[in-house]
Design a protein around this ligand. Structure first.
Ligand code: SF4
Ligand code: SF4
Length: 692
């Protein structure tokens, strides 16, 4: 017993010789860290307001789910599992790291609560945690160097690869784990010299293996190793702490806050300026984001919190088809700009226009606002609001792509992007033959209804899409809905107008429609257009509740009001394509599938990319007028995905998806092999009507 104490005391006294040095390193390390963090907060303080302080319990719940629970990480199985192990290891080791740091200046320090039996149990857990984190670092380095997952690659136009930085950081963490383990192993080896009791280290852990290797080492050498391991641990710890705010590892510190302050209502676009109501927007001197300081503080926090994992870009359809947009680099470029213009040492140099310097115009117009990036990001980094804000800035400067100018003017003058006459808006419903089978009333002073069918521009004016409008009307008629349309009184919902940054025009369209809807006296709204649905549900205020037609059909199928005839063509295999603004933005995934599965004999396959991983068809609204630089159309990629899944009929529930998919079928050379149909059209075709 005496021997054990002697060895332990000997080790402690060796450590005590460095007490002053360790204390100095502590003070310097902590001071540097707080100084750097304070400097990193400077742009956030200068950034725009962003209201993220509501619903603290909901936010805490999200921290538990997305931060502590690592909810999104398993979406990428290998990398996600490695990350979960590293994260869990870090959480376990955090207390040990602080305890080890204090031991350097107060050698007999024991963390409160760990002096009794809990101490050895905690030590065993941390031995394994250090081992797991070390192994994960080795695996991560091998993945980066040997397997090189494509999503980590940095295309030449975005700068140089980040591999060296990643390896450097992974190596530092590995060194930290080895130093920590060696510190424990040297002491245990000293205590296990002949004639003394063996200190319990977790079997087969890294400290245990090091102890085995050191068991016959002379006591003075063990003392030097003990001292050296401590010094390396302390230096590495503080170096990492102070180095992390200079790169991707800053997310270790910021991710918890980023998730806490993450947007709760992602469907709702951010206002032009937080705290400025629509009525006072005319007092805002400059719309959107033009310089870095126009970003909100939370969007700047996003830039610090991105882990550069590449998941957003891996799922971005614009990136997949070679458009000049990769969301990951929207963040990385902004972060680099921040580091350069808000240096830790030196003068702040701000005010540069972002578009034209770090971002190109095409890059910002290339986004379809599909939301795939946001659905994927494990750290809840936001993109759509930033991109829309950058567009608002460009629109404010009169910087709108040539191809969009005409439809925007038409929207201003005629309320639709095609420049068609308002009085022709209800032509699709007023055709004599159609009125005979399905009377559709146009709502007015003497013509009321319970429900409004909000048709929107494309379904009203496009010859092909009018079929979706007629099918929708027939379904509503079949289930006995007392409904009508606004006809000439309906203007474009403005959904895409808003997402293209034309906030003032959107407000004019919205206000007109809100007045028309209120005047119609309806109690609910139905639409077959997910973009109109999203606008009415999230962008409009004070309008009756809105449903997408797929929700109405699913409900009526369940209620037994809609019954189907069996599918006649046995060779038809259907794949449902989730429209972004129905699925990802509004979580309506099951209703359309339930409807399809209720049709007798319908064979349905699922594409690999479905539900919240659905792949955008190419975008709707004004995106149809935009001519991006791209290698392949998104729709073409999408129909190929359906063909790979074994489908020959693509079902969608959005007129814009229909435009893109039908076009893509031709471009992909799949005419005759694949067809596309809207859910409403299919339902109308398959409904078992009594007269049949
Ligand atoms: S919203 Fe869609 S298109 Fe835009 S950056 Fe994200 S994934 Fe890409
Ligand atoms: S934004 Fe999110 S998904 Fe994209 S690279 Fe950063 S952490 Fe990964």
């Amino acid at each position: 017993m005496e021997g054990i104490q002697s060895a332990a005391q000997q080790m402690t006294s060796w450590l005590a010789t460095g007490r002053v040095l360790f204390l100095l390193i502590h003070l310097l390390g902590v001071a540097c860290f707080f100084y750097i963090v304070a400097m990193r907060l400077v742009p956030l303080i200068r950034g725009q307001r962003d209201f993220r302080f509501d619903q603290p319990f909901v936010r805490l719940g999200r921290v538990l789910k997305f931060w502590l629970g690592q909810w999104k990480h398993p979406r990428y199985r290998t990398a996600g599992t490695i990350h979960i192990f590293i994260f869990a290891g870090f959480i376990v080791l955090a207390m040990r790291a602080f305890s080890v740091l204090i031991v350097g200046v107060s050698q007999n320090f024991v963390m409160p609560g760990l002096s009794g039996r809990a101490g050895p149990i905690y030590d065993i857990i941390t031995d394994y945690a250090a081992t797991i984190v070390f192994l994960c670092m080795v695996i991560a380095v091998i993945r980066r160097l040997v397997f090189k997952p494509a999503r980590y690659a940095v295309p030449a136009r975005y700068g140089k690869a980040h591999t060296a930085d990643a390896i450097f950081l992974l190596s530092l963490i590995a060194i930290l784990m080895v130093a920590d383990s060696l510190f424990a192993a040297a002491k245990a080896a000293a205590q296990s010299q002949p004639g003394q009791s063996v200190e319990v280290l977790a079997a087969f852990s890294l400290p245990w293996m090091l102890q085995k290797a050191l068991v016959s080492t002379a006591l003075p050498t063990l003392g030097m190793l003990y001292f050296g391991a401590y010094l390396v641990h302390e230096l590495t710890f503080y170096f990492l702490l102070c180095y992390r705010p200079f790169g991707i590892q800053f997310h270790v510190e910021t991710s918890l806050f980023n998730i806490y302050f993450a947007k709760l209502d992602r469907e709702i676009l951010k206002p032009v300026r937080w705290g400025v109501s629509d009525e006072h927007l005319d007092q805002v001197k400059s719309f959107g984001v033009k310089t870095f300081e126009d970003f909100t503080w939370k969007h700047m926090l996003d830039f610090y919190s991105c882990a550069d994992c590449g998941r957003c870009s891996d799922n971005c359809p614009a990136n997949a088809v070679g458009r000049p947009l990769s969301p990951r680099f929207i963040t990385i470029k902004a972060r680099d700009y921040n580091f350069q213009h808000y240096p830790v040492l030196g003068r702040v140099n701000n005010g540069t226009a972002l578009v034209g310097s770090i971002y190109s115009e095409d890059e910002i117009w290339s986004c379809t606002t599909c939301g795939a990036c946001e659905a994927e990001c494990p750290l809840l980094v936001e993109y759509i609001d930033k991109i829309v804000d950058l567009r608002r800035g460009m629109v404010d400067d009169g910087n709108v792509p040539q191809s969009l100018q005409k439809p925007l003017k038409a929207l201003e003058s005629r309320g639709n992007p095609y420049g068609k006459m308002e009085k022709k808006k209800a032509d699709w419903a007023n055709a004599k033959e159609f009125q005979q089978i399905c009377p559709v009333k146009t709502l007015g002073k003497n013509n009321g209804a319970d429900a409004l069918y909000f048709v929107d521009s494309i379904t009203s004016y496009d010859d092909r899409m009018q079929a979706i409008g007629r099918a929708t009307a027939k379904i509503l008629n079949h289930v006995g809905e007392n409904f009508g349309i606004l006809g000439a009184a309906e203007k474009d919902s403005g959904h895409e107008v808003r997402r293209f940054g034309e906030e003032t025009l959107f407000m004019a369209l919205r206000d007109h429609n809100v007045d028309a809807i209120k005047a119609s006296g309806v109690r609910r709204i139905v639409t077959a257009d997910p973009h109109a649905y999203n606008a009415l549900k999230h962008d409009y205020k004070d309008v009756p509740p809105v449903e997408h037609i797929s929700q109405v059909i699913a409900r009526e199928v369940k209620a037994g009001k809609i019954k189907f005839n069996p599918v006649e063509n046995e060779n038809s295999v259907y794949a449902y394509h989730d429209p972004c603004y129905l699925g990802r933005h509004n979580q309506i995934y099951d209703d359309p599938r339930d409807v399809l599965d209720a049709i007798p004999g319908l064979k349905r396959v699922e594409m690999t990319r479905s539900r919240d991983r659905s792949f955008c068809c190419g975008g709707g609204g004004l995106m149809l007028f935009y001519e991006p630089k791209e290698d392949e159309r998104m729709g073409v990629k999408r129909v190929k995905m359906a063909a790979e899944a074994g489908a020959n009929v693509m079902v969608t529930a959005c007129p814009f998806c229909m435009v893109n998919i039908e076009d893509a079928i031709k471009v992909a050379g799949l005419e005759g092999k694949m067809t596309a149909i809207d859910l409403a059209e299919l339902v109308d075709q398959q409904i078992a009507r009594e007269s049949q």
